[in-house]
Design a binder for this molecule. Structure first.
Ligand code: UDP
Ligand code: MG
Length: 336
């Protein structure tokens, strides 16, 4: 394993980083990691550089979300050697939003946290700019993706999703902003008290309120490896955004139901009048079949939409913890 952690020793030369603790950190980086062994060396190198030079005391909370590559072992060793790295190992892959939730709950930053991805798409160096805005009085400083260096179909899906969400959500979730943000301690504490199971953190963050502001940045390309968000995980995140923050789908179903009833009544009267006064029976097996299939489909869709809400009640009512921590290493010590 030693060779996997070369980046720990080579960067600091002969300085014993074991002694370089900053005391209680003012700000915590919070970074979920899932199979990012190829990105970790650069990420860690850049974090160390920032922590070395920062006038405020920092810790880096890295959450391993059940990685199956070397990330887990690398992080564990890193945290045992450099006390500024606070590492949490989850019991299995719980998904990005829950890994982030775990990170937010263990982060000690007294002023707040800086949330970013582990694949270097969100530059950690932006902390200075974001923190400066926080000092101006903004509780949340979120990043707005000006340009995305991602495949066109992904950019288009994100573009459409955020615009639909903006139209139908109960809260004014900013366009093109993800989880990359500085979140002040007050808001972190509130997030930590929100027990919801299907989490859409960028929405919850907006829902909390206080003064919030966006800063534009160019989202970088993923440094190494492929996206760890599978298609189904992305769809789930999008559904959580929509169903947790909007009544639109269920209201849409009722409206569609009303519309169907109204149009079928109209059609009924039309048929009766035609039969009684003109003496003509309307034929048309095909159109009948079409209507049956159409309304069968609409009913299934309606049940599905209802199901999305009920599923959320179902999972929430189980009251299970949102994630399970296997091990936590804080200030170079294994906590559990
Ligand atoms: N991630 C995670 N658990 C998962 C999927 C992703 O912790 O189940 C982490 C991943 O390692 C990365 C961040 O969440 O640090 C964002 O994931 P990714 O870059 O794959 O998403 P994308 O940028 O493609 O939306
Ligand atoms: Mg990414």
């Amino acid at each position: 394993m030693a060779e996997d952690c070369l980046f720990l020793t080579s960067k600091k030369g002969n300085i014993d980083i074991r002694r370089m603790t900053n005391g209680i950190p003012q700000v915590s980086f919070v970074i979920p990691v899932y199979n990012e062994e190829s990105n970790l060396p650069t990420l860690v190198e850049r974090l160390i550089k920032i922590m070395d030079q920062s006038p405020i005391s920092l810790e880096a909370v890295l959450i391993d979300d059940g990685s199956r590559d070397n990330s887990r072992a690398m992080l564990k060793q890193l945290a045992l050697v450099d006390p500024r790295f606070h590492v949490v190992l989850l019991s299995r892959n719980h998904g990005h939003q829950l890994a982030l939730t775990a990170g937010l709950s263990v982060a000690r930053g007294t002023e707040g946290v800086f949330v970013l991805d582990g694949d270097l798409q969100d530059p950690p160096e932006l902390l200075e700019e974001f923190y400066a805005k926080h000092l101006e009085g903004y509780e949340v400083v979120y990043a707005i993706r000006e340009k995305r260096k991602e495949p066109w179909y992904k950019r288009m899906a994100y573009f459409i999703f955020y615009r639909i969400l903006k139209k139908i959500a109960n809260v004014d979730i900013p366009l093109d902003s993800g989880d990359f943000s500085f979140i002040g301690r007050k808001v972190v504490n509130i997030l930590n008290q929100m027990p919801e199971e299907s989490r859409f953190i960028r929405g919850m963050r907006t829902w909390i309120g206080f003064k919030q502001i966006g800063i534009s940045y160019n989202r970088q390309e993923r440094a190494f490896g492929d996206s760890k968000y599978t298609f189904s995980k992305l769809v789930q995140l999008a559904l959580n955004g929509i169903f947790n923050f909007s009544e639109f789908p269920i209201k849409f179903v009722s409206s569609a139901g009303f519309l169907a009833i109204a149009s079928s009544l109209l059609y009924f009267f039309y048929v009766v009048i035609k039969k009684l006064f003109i003496g003509q029976v309307i034929e048309g097996f095909t159109s009948l079949l079409f209507v049956i299939i159409l309304f069968g489909g609409i009913q299934l869709l309606a049940i599905g939409i209802l199901g999305e809400y009920i599923l959320r009640i179902f999972f929430q009512s189980k009251n299970r913890p949102n994630y399970i921590i296997d091990q936590e290493i804080c200030e170079g010590k294994l906590l559990k």
